[in-house]
Design a protein around this ligand. Structure first.
Ligand code: FES
Length: 584
C-alpha cells in the first residue's frame, strides 16, 4: 500500500528567475560569486544548482531521537526525489526533540524548534522545504515554522514503529509499559519480567505505535493536507515508507514551480477536518494545544468550544490503543488514514486542499477498509462521541481537557475529596506514604505543573495511583492537574487546567478535603466551595518564586501562553511580518 502522488497540478507559476534562492545565487556581484563558489566547494558544479529550486530538508535526526533513527536513510531518499525532479537538495539539521530523553519536557522546546526551523528557512537560500518529523513535538513545531514562513512546504512523517511483542502478547508503547509498571509497583511482577517487557516494546525505528501524540499529530498533518495522501500511516521500516520519502522529494520541487504554499492549502475547514480525525482516532489530548498553536500561525483562531462541538458529533472509529485494542501497524494494514476518512466523509469538508494540489475528496477516493474491527463503521463505533472532551467550571475557567475514552466510565460522573500535592516533588515524596489519607474515591490534585509552573508543562498528568491502593487492585482514580499527559497514557485524568496554578488559577486554591465534582456528560468540573471562600483564598494566595532568571527558560516563562491559547510564544503569533533578510 503506497501513498498517493499521482493527482498533480502541472501549472508552472514561476520561472528560474523568480526563485527566492536567486537572490543568493543569481547576482553577478561579489556576493553572488561567493555563494556560487561556496556551493562548488561542496563538489557541485554551477549546472547542479543554477536555476534550480533549492529544497531545504529540515532533518530532526539525532542519536537522542530514537524514533527518527531511520532519518539518515530517509533524507537520502528525499534528496534522490529532489534530484530526479530537477531540484537542488540542502539538508539542514534541526533540534531533534526525542520525547523520552529531553528534560524537563519536549514541550518546553517545541517553540524552540519552531523558532529554529523558521529561522533556518528564512536565513538560507531556500525555495521550498521538506519537514522531517514525527516524534511528538517535532510535528507541530515544524508546521508552525512552515506556516509562518509560507514557502512551499511538505511534511514527511516518520511513521510508527512495529508492534511491541512479549511472551505472546502484543504491546503498545507507553500504554502497556504503564500498565505493567502499575503491576510492578503493586508487587505482582518482578524486575526481571519488567525488563523483559521493556525489551520487547520498541522493536524498530519509528514513533510510538499507539495513538499517542506522535501518531495523532502525523495523522493531523496528513488531514491538514501537508503530507502526501496516505503517508502518515506507513510503518517507519516498511519499504513503502522509503518510496513515500522519495515521492515527497519529487513533489516539493513541483510545489515550488506551482508556488503552492501552506496559505493556499490551509483554511478553517482544514483545521475542522483535523479535529474530526483526531476525535475519530481517539487522539492525544496534546493535539488540542498543538492544533491551536499551528492554526494561530496561519492566523486562524481555534477555541476549545469548537473542539468540544466536533467531539460531540464525531464517533471514535479507530480501534487503536490507548482508547481501543489495536496498534498503528494494524491500522495501516486495515487501510490507514485514507480509509478512516472515507468512513468520515459526512463529517469532513472534502473540498479542503493538500500538497498534491487536489481536494481531500480526491485524495481519499478509492481507499478501502480491509479490517472492519480496526476501522469501525459509523453504525458500530468504539464510542459514540469523540475521544477528547472539554470541561469548564470554577476550577478551570479557561477550560481543561479529558480523554474520556481512556477513562473508567464509572468516573464519568464523580464527586470526591481532594488530596492535594503542591508540586511534583511533593507528589513523588508522599504518593506512596502508607499514612497518606486517600481512598479510591479521592481526587488527586497536582498543582504547579503547568506551562510556567513546572516549567514546560510536562506529561505528569497520569498521576500514579498510591501504592496502597494499587495493592488493593485500584487501577484508576480521578486526577486533576495543569500539566499534560502522554498520548499513550490512560485513566480519568483531567489535564491542561487553565489558568495554571503558578499564575494564580483556581487550581492553586484547592485544599485537602475540598469536594471536587466531575461531570463529563455535562462538561463540568467544579470545586465545591463558595464564591466568597474562593475570593478569600485568592486574596491570601502568595505567588511562588520562579527559579530561572536567565536563558531560554526565562524567555519561555515570560512569553508562553496558557494551554487554551496553544502555549505558543506571544511574540510568534501571526501578525506582523518579518522582512526577508538583506543580502549584502
Ligand atoms: Fe518518540 Fe513516542 S517517544 S513518538
Amino acid at each position: 500500500m503506497n501513498c498517493r502522488n499521482d493527482i498533480r497540478m502541472t501549472t508552472r507559476k514561476k520561472s528560474p528567475d523568480d526563485l527566492r534562492s536567486q537572490r543568493w545565487y543569481g547576482p553577478n556581484d561579489m556576493r553572488g560569486i561567493s555563494h556560487r563558489a561556496r556551493s562548488r566547494q561542496m563538489g557541485f558544479s554551477n549546472e547542479d544548482f543554477s536555476g534550480k529550486p533549492k529544497i531545504g530538508i529540515l532533518n530532526t535526526w539525532s542519536d537522542m531521537n530514537t524514533c527518527h533513527s531511520h532519518f539518515k536513510q530517509r533524507v537520502e531518499e528525499i534528496k534522490r526525489g529532489v534530484w530526479e525532479t530537477g531540484g537542488f537538495p540542502i539538508e539542514l539539521p534541526a533540534m531533534s526533540l526525542g520525547e523520552i530523553m529531553v528534560k524537563p519536557s519536549t514541550m518546553m522546546y517545541r517553540n524552540f524548534l519552531a523558532m529554529e526551523a523558521e529561522e533556518l528557512i528564512r536565513c538560507h537560500p531556500i525555495d521550498g522545504v521538506v519537514l522531517m518529523g514525527g516524534c511528538d513535538k517535532t510535528t507541530p513545531a515544524l508546521l508552525m515554522a512552515a506556516l509562518t514562513m509560507d514557502l512551499p512546504a511538505i511534511y514527511m512523517p516518520a511513521g510508527p514503529m512495529l508492534r511491541g511483542f512479549f511472551a505472546g502478547e502484543t504491546l503498545g508503547s507507553g500504554t502497556d509499559v504503564l500498565r505493567y509498571w502499575a503491576d510492578r509497583r503493586a508487587g505482582l511482577i518482578d524486575d526481571e519480567m519488567m525488563e523483559n517487557v521493556v525489551g520487547g516494546l520498541s522493536r524498530s525505528a519509528g514513533t510510538c505505535m499507539v495513538m499517542g501524540t506522535a501518531a495523532t499529530m502525523m495523522s493531523i498533518a496528513e488531514t491538514l493536507g501537508m503530507t502526501l495522501p496516505g503517508a502518515s500511516s506507513i510503518p517507519a521500516v516498511d519499504s513503502h515508507h522509503a518510496l513515500m520519502a522519495t515521492a515527497t522529494g519529487r513533489r516539493i520541487v513541483d510545489m515550488v514551480w506551482e508556488d503552492l504554499k501552506p496559505s493556499d492549502i490551509l483554511s478553517k475547514a482544514s483545521f475542522d477536518n483535523a479535529t474530526v480525525v483526531d476525535m475519530a482516532l481517539g487522539g492525544s489530548t496534546n493535539a488540542m494545544i498543538h492544533l491551536i498553536a499551528v492554526a494561530g500561525r496561519a492566523g486562524i483562531s481555534l477555541d476549545l468550544e469548537r473542539f468540544d462541538a466536533i467531539s460531540r458529533t464525531t464517533p471514535v472509529l479507530g480501534n487503536i490503543k490507548p482508547s481501543g485494542q489495536y496498534l498503528m501497524e494494524d491500522f495501516y494494514y486495515a487501510g490507514g488514514l485514507r480509509a478512516l476518512m472515507v468512513r468520515l466523509r459526512d463529517h469532513l469538508d472534502l473540498s479542503a486542499k493538500n500538497v498534491v494540489g487536489s481536494s481531500l475528496g480526491e485524495a481519499i477516493d478509492g481507499a478501502e477498509i480491509y479490517d472492519e474491527d480496526v476501522i469501525r463503521g459509523t453504525d458500530n463505533p468504539l464510542y459514540h462521541e469523540g475521544g477528547t472532551a472539554i470541561l469548564r467550571g470554577n476550577l478551570a475557567p479557561s477550560g481543561c481537557v479529558i480523554k474520556q475514552t481512556a477513562a473508567d466510565p464509572k468516573f464519568h460522573k464523580h464527586k470526591g475529596p481532594a488530596v492535594v500535592f503542591e508540586d511534583y516533588p511533593d507528589l513523588a515524596a508522599r504518593i506512596d506514604d502508607p499514612d497518606l489519607e486517600v481512598d479510591e474515591n479521592s481526587v488527586l490534585v497536582l498543582k504547579n505543573a503547568g506551562p510556567i509552573g513546572a516549567p514546560g508543562m510536562p506529561e505528569w498528568g497520569m498521576l500514579p495511583i498510591p501504592k496502597k491502593l494499587l495493592e488493593k487492585g485500584v487501577r484508576d482514580m480521578v486526577r486533576i492537574s495543569d500539566c499534560r499527559m502522554s498520548g499513550t497514557a490512560y485513566g480519568t485524568c483531567i489535564l491542561h487546567v487553565a489558568p495554571e496554578a503558578h499564575v494564580g488559577g483556581p487550581l492553586a486554591l484547592v485544599q485537602n478535603g475540598d469536594m471536587i465534582e466531575l461531570d463529563i456528560p455535562a462538561r463540568r468540573i467544579h470545586l465545591d466551595i463558595s464564591d466568597e471562600e474562593m475570593a478569600a483564598r485568592k486574596a491570601a494566595w502568595i505567588p511562588r518564586p520562579f527559579a530561572y532568571t536567565r536563558g531560554y527558560t526565562s524567555l519561555f516563562a515570560q512569553h508562553v501562553t496558557q494551554a487554551d491559547e496553544g502555549c505558543d510564544f506571544d511574540f510568534l503569533h501571526a501578525g506582523g511580518d518579518t522582512p526577508e533578510p538583506p543580502i549584502y
